[in-house]
Design a protein around this ligand. Sequence first.
Ligand SMILES: Nc1nc2c(ncn2[C@@H]2O[C@H](COP(=O)(O)OP(=O)(O)OP(=O)(O)O)[C@@H](O)[C@H]2O)c(=O)[nH]1
Ligand SMILES: [Mg+2]
Length: 423
Amino acid sequence: MPRRLSWKRVILIAVTVLFLHVFIYIPWKNYQATIHVGSHSGSSSHPDEPVGRGESASQQLYAIMTESAAKDELAHQAHAEGEGERPAPEQHSEDQEQAEAQPRLDNAAFVILARNKDLDDLRTTLIQLELAFNSRYHYPYVFLNDMPFTDQFIEGVQEVISGKAEFGLIPKEHWSYPDWIDQDKARQRREEMQRQNVFYAMSESYRHMCRFNSGFFYLHPLLDPYEWYWRVEPSVQFPCHIDYDPFRYLRDHNKLYSFTISIQEYPNTIPSLWNTSLSFIKERPDLIPKENMWQFVETTNPTTGLPEYNNCHFWSNFEIANLNFWRSGEYRAYFEYLDRAGGFFYERWGDAPVHSLAIAMFLRSDQVHWFEDMGYFHNPLWNCPQDAEVHKRLGCYCDPKQSVQVKHAWWSCTQKFNALAGQ
Ligand SMILES: Nc1nc2c(ncn2[C@@H]2O[C@H](COP(=O)(O)OP(=O)(O)OP(=O)(O)O)[C@@H](O)[C@H]2O)c(=O)[nH]1
Ligand SMILES: [Mg+2]
């Protein structure tokens, strides 16, 4: 005769079943719903082989995500905006499945400038990026820092990514004052800007960061093997599934630069950038192509009738672009001209307007792409797909009404870009 179960045993079994259901079964079902499972299989990391989804890594990522502050923050935002949890992406068409089955490019990588203290915020972002995209492609990462990365940082990011990671130290000459800069004058200018309440007015490191992102990141030896980069910053969010390879898209459509958000810069950070750029164009007309997209940045002052900067720029915290554009002689000449003028230190020139003025000067609008369907958030702005079908298919948790070109139409430059590019 079988022994009767004691109450203790019944409770133990019930608790075990509950535990398995809550901590294993539900996360796994959610994971399956969040990540589209393509028809291909395997998790090879070789660029020439079809990509797989790296199951165990992604499961780990999911587990971390459920525990992390990211989840709380995302859920909080989604609910605050009247949205539910991120819905499951819809079943994909054959075309999309084919697009996902393409091997990754062997000359593309993520580039991330970060400090050791950014680790937690960066992990939150990387987990999202892997879930939304890279757990199926395994693109490599290059992390750069002006200080040596700690073991804790290196281990912390490696735990949550599925691609190879390399960690580079920025050479001193790319993160210090050049000898032609008068540091006393720079300090006085910082204090003046502080009195005018300019963001980051007093920060020297912010200025080194902007100068580095303007003129040097593409020269780092760890980027030598690559032609394409995707810039990612700690704390940014990717609220939608990314169901094709943006690197491949840009390459196949002859694009050199792409963005998600475009807005107007605070003029008090760049008082002389426009005139310095005009002087460069005047001095080096040989470098300026006949066809470009200068109209994107120029407007006519209604009072003086003179051309002036409309402050439009692509928000460079997100960029997917071709490194060879920045490595070109034309861009290097422009950057060196700006660098000699001293505005990175005497003012607070950002890499976003510098990049954007260069793009407007040297590229045509058909060489630039707006990733309308790429959900993206960098505090405080969103890009969220407007098309209801796309929003649903990509399982977005963002609110289309929050998109910068909808919510802050007066501030956004995306409409201007679209009018120019016919996008
Ligand atoms: N290594 C290093 N990275 C930095 C430093 N300052 C900023 N960064 C990185 O440079 C990028 C831009 O810096 P942010 O502080 O995000 O600048 P921002 O986007 O203009 O401003 P926020 O609104 O603060 O995000 C991020 O990837 C930062 O992690 C620094 O002093 N050292
Ligand atoms: Mg930022």
